[in-house]
Design a binder for this molecule. Structure first.
Ligand SMILES: [Zn+2]
Length: 296
């Protein structure tokens, strides 16, 4: 039996108790229709379970995030008809709902991973990595790390704080990471082949996506994660973090990615497919939701 096989009866029991889902956009541009469709699905699942939907602003990256986009994404998702019970604009028991204000929690996670011997400082330069690593895997932006800094795992405790180097999670090479997706069924990835030692804290002192998401989903007591199928492999990485940290595993529901008539993923198109542009061209929320249908 796979280590992370979801016990559906258990999940149903938890969800019947109280479903907590989330939508977690990054304010790095106008809300794109591909993401909006996924958020719509998350909203629908929260309604079906009579649960709580949390809005989390994933504005961790100071280089790429812009507060005016954060305001715009809230407006645009409300225009589409999505409602949430907790978020930066409405507050809630798990505030703050902006990742940029949750740094202490991420540092605490980093410290636990360091103390547990799960991560190591990686001093490879961008150039070192370009020379030794293969091309990024399909649909994945992180190339397979060749592991040259692995022996530095013993040096980890010399670091009081994470800044200054990249921190990588040492994956168990050859271990199969399996989980049952509520929409796409059984999923399986091989650590060390499908993904390598991944970054949990960046050299420029920004916590990486995987670490922040795992920390926040646990802290906000999220028990179902709805997101795009482009993040399936991220889920495998996050399951390793969840295990290392002794956290409980949420249920996962990965949506198909919406494609246009030419088969191009909508999320990859940057022309007039933001909710803002569609709205300004006179489309209604119903028009947009019709475009979303392919994602269910
Ligand atoms: Zn390295």
């Amino acid at each position: 039996m796979p280590l992370w096989s979801q016990d559906h009866a258990y999940n149903q029991a938890v969800n019947a108790l109280h479903y907590r889902g989330r939508i977690a956009p990054s304010p790095t541009g106008l809300m794109h229709i591909g993401h909006a469709c996924t958020f719509w699905k998350a909203y629908q699942r929260a309604i079906e379970h009579r649960g709580t939907l949390v809005f989390r602003n994933e504005d961790l990256d100071p280089q790429r995030s812009n507060p005016s986009y954060a305001t715009a994404m809230i407006e645009d998702l409300r225009w589409l008809g999505i409602r949430w019970q907790e978020g930066p604009d409405v507050g809630g028991a798990f505030a703050p709902y902006e990742q940029s204000r949750r740094r202490e929690l991420y540092v605490e996670t980093w410290r636990k991973l360091r103390d547990g011997g799960f991560i190591y400082p990686c001093t490879c330069s961008r150039k070192d990595l370009a020379l030794s690593a293969g091309a990024p895997n399909e649909g994945d932006d992180e190339p397979l790390y060749p592991g040259r800094c692995r022996e530095k795992i013993g040096e980890s405790t010399r670091y009081e704080t994470p800044e200054g180097v990249n921190w990588r999670f040492r994956v168990p090479d050859g271990e199969t990471i399996s989980f049952d997706d509520l929409h796409l069924g059984p999923q399986s990835y091989l650590a060390g082949r499908d993904f390598g030692d991944f970054v949990v804290w960046r050299r420029d002192d920004v916590p990486a996506y995987q670490l922040a998401v795992v920390t926040d989903d646990a802290a906000m007591e999220i028990n179902e994660v709805v997101r795009g199928a482009d993040l399936l492999k991220s889920t495998a990485r996050q399951l390793l973090l969840i295990r290392a940290l002794g956290l409980s595993v949420p249920a996962y529901y990965h949506c198909d990615l919406v494609r246009d008539d030419d088969g191009v993923r909508l999320a990859k198109r940057h022309d007039a497919l933001s909710l803002r542009a569609l709205r300004e061209s006179g489309r209604t929320p119903e028009d947009v939701l019709r475009l979303c249908r392919g994602s269910e």
